[in-house]
Design a protein around this ligand. Structure first.
Ligand SMILES: NCCC[C@H](NC(=O)CCC(=O)O)C(=O)O
Length: 441
């Protein structure tokens, strides 16, 4: 039976805005306080999903979270009705209101780490929710992410959804953005590469920006996901590139099947890692981009590596890139050289994801890869699968509910809270999710 990689993309939420919340993520810092367009952001994401579904790649959607997160503000001491809580936060602590209003759950590469059934000891598909401990606005995603994943991957005989790791720095976990799986056919046993930024207590760590993922977290996720130990490889990110803005490994590397496409400075001990992968993955091929061809700074600015590397049924691979890669002459030239060389890459697909990119989220950040056998695909909640009908339904839903401009000041508007709840209440019906949001309980 043929297994496929299904890409689950995060749908951008109604409160998408630029708040500069992610120290170490240069796009987030740079676009702080600029005006956003949530409606356009959601539509840009939907267009990518639809185009990939049309090109034959199975595609699904993961809904946004309830924002502002009023419960989080209450936990921080704001009292009164929900509207009063928002008003008080807006006047006393606007940056906190921004954090609890962030639409950051759209970047579902950080939602969880996935282990396909072919790799797990009990033969189930495992998903461990990421705690996103390094940033307040992201750490609050875990409970709703868990509820959503349980509503999508409902069948407990097929899927095992694990709660996030303890919310402390030692177990900082950013999900699939620091995880790669290598192998032949998707349904065959693979090798899983867990990439971390630091080991608790070790000196080998970035100096300027935080390392969000720890080795201790990666090891715990590998245990929870029941990955057979002989199939696990750990590697440390190069701390110097974290200091240049590579806050997740998927900003500097992407993989698919036997191919690793990465910058030559991506990993701390790159020759050792590539040797280990060559020994464990039959037909392993590393495509390392030299600093001379594309600098780390250009990779961060263009998100060349935050691409999706997808396989057509005949084995040809397509690289799904953000428009910023096409707009950079040197990067675009390099990509064409790559196509001409002897490797499986045969096609480039470019998308305008400007709204997400301005917060540091490219094509790869917006998707969670889930390898599923045919039987497992049938066990997924069918209402989240992208097709013509769902594309039209979601576009109409976005048109009806989303604003086309939002600044930090607008977050004070209590109407935004009501708009969000009404929209999400309808969305849970459209996607047959049941009650997943705090306001529905
Ligand atoms: N995988 C891409 C994640 C991008 C995300 N950006 C943000 O949260 C920016 C939000 C803001 O600054 O408004 C992050 O850094 O975790």
């Amino acid at each position: 039976m043929k297994a496929r990689e299904v890409n689950f993309d995060g749908l951008v939420g109604l409160t998408h805005h630029y708040a500069g919340l992610s120290f170490g993520n240069e796009a987030s810092t740079k676009h702080r306080f600029q005006r956003s367009n949530p409606k356009l952001a959601a539509k840009q994401g939907l267009l990518k999903m639809k185009a990939l579904a049309d090109a034959g790649f199975p595609q699904a959607v993961i809904p946004p979270h309830e924002r502002p997160n009023v419960a989080a503000l209450r936990q921080l001491g704001f009292t009164g009705s929900d509207e009063h809580v928002v008003e008080k936060a807006a006047s006393q602590a606007p940056q906190l209101l921004s954090a609890v209003s962030s639409a950051s759950a759209m970047w579902v590469a950080n939602a969880a780490t996935v282990c396909p059934s072919a790799d797990s000891q009990d033969g189930k598909v495992h998903l461990t929710v990421a705690n996103l401990n390094n940033k307040f606005h992201r750490a609050m995603e875990a409970p709703t992410t868990e509820a959503l994943l349980r509503a999508i991957f409902r069948d407990e005989k097929t899927f095992a959804v694990h709660s996030a790791l303890p919310q402390v720095a030692m177990f900082g976990d950013e999900g699939a953005a620091n995880h790669n799986r290598f192998g032949g056919e998707y349904g065959e046993t693979g090798v899983q590469l867990f990439v971390y930024g630091r080991e608790d207590g070790s000196q080998l760590a970035p100096a300027r920006y935080p390392a969000r993922q720890t080795l201790e977290a990666s090891q715990a996720v590998a245990r929870l996901n029941q990955v057979r130990p002989q199939q696990v490889v750990y590697a440390q990110q190069n701390p110097d590139v974290i200091d240049l803005g590579v806050f997740h490994n998927d900003v500097i590397a992407v993989s698919n099947r036997q191919v690793l496409f990465c910058h030559e400075q991506a990993f701390a001990d790159q020759p050792r890692l590539l040797g280990e992968l060559a020994a464990k993955v039959p037909g392993f091929m590393a495509i390392e981009v030299p600093q001379q061809a594309v600098s780390v700074a250009d990779a961060v600015a263009t998100y060349l590596f935050n691409s999706q590397l997808l396989s057509h049924d005949d084995g040809r691979m397509v690289l799904v890139l953000p428009q910023e890669s096409q707009e950079h002459a040197g990067v675009w030239r390099y990509l064409h050289e790559l196509l001409a060389q002897d490797n499986p890459m045969s096609e480039l697909k470019v998308f305008d994801l400007r709204e997400s990119m301005a917060n540091g989220g490219g094509p790869a950040c917006l998707r969670l890869r889930v390898v599923l056998s045919e039987a497992e695909q049938r066990a997924v909640n069918p209402a989240v699968m992208m097709n013509d009908a769902l594309f039209n339904t979601l576009n109409m839903w976005v048109d009806k509910h989303y604003r086309d401009r939002l600044t930090q000041a607008d977050l004070a508007d209590p109407q935004l809270l009501r708009e969000g709840r009404e929209a999400l209440d309808q969305l849970t019906q459209l996607l047959n999710l049941g009650s997943v949001y705090p306001f529905q309980r």
